[in-house]
Design a protein around this ligand. Structure first.
Ligand code: CMP
Length: 138
């Protein structure tokens, strides 16, 4: 069993795709064990994406992530990190495989609908960024 953090980003919420994204995760056997809506401040978005601080797209990414509400969730299942990343598809929708969320639904590398943790250590940090222990189902 593994846990990972996923986020329906502001473009996904704006396009009424919260249910579509969750449906794809659930169909793959992943369990939603925590879920909330949030509207990040710029500082909170910068804290979440601190690992990308030196990247040229950091300001644009963090501005985008606080442009509207988001839906962070914790997903649990066998190999959850890889499963979520496979369901999301490549970061850039142009490179994403058919049938993935980003190929089917995303507009651009920035407006790419969904986020998923990329490694176990990242998942621990990202889950803790949005949820405390009492908010996650045992
Ligand atoms: P995400 O999986 O949330 O992780 C970092 C995000 O940075 C990524 O999805 C993209 O939405 C965003 N991003 C914006 N521009 C770029 C870029 N040129 N290369 C990689 N990621 C980018």
């Amino acid at each position: 069993m593994q846990r990972t953090l996923s986020i329906v980003k502001p473009d996904g919420v704006d396009k009424n795709l919260i249910g579509e994204v969750i449906k794809r995760f659930e169909k793959a056997g992943l369990k939603v064990v925590a879920l909330k809506m949030a509207h990040l401040t710029k500082k909170q978005a910068e804290g979440f994406y601190a690992v990308h601080k030196a990247r040229p797209f950091f300001d644009s990414l963090t501005t985008f992530m606080c442009a509207g509400p988001i839906v962070p969730m914790v997903l649990e299942g066998n190999d959850a990190i890889k499963k979520v990343r496979d369901i999301m598809g490549a970061t850039n929708p142009k490179d994403a495989a058919p049938g993935t969320i980003r190929k089917d639904l995303a507009d651009s590398i920035e407006s790419n609908i969904v986020h998923g943790s990329d490694a176990p250590e990242t998942a621990v940090f990202e889950i803790g960024y949005f949820f405390n222990a009492t908010e996650i189902l045992k």
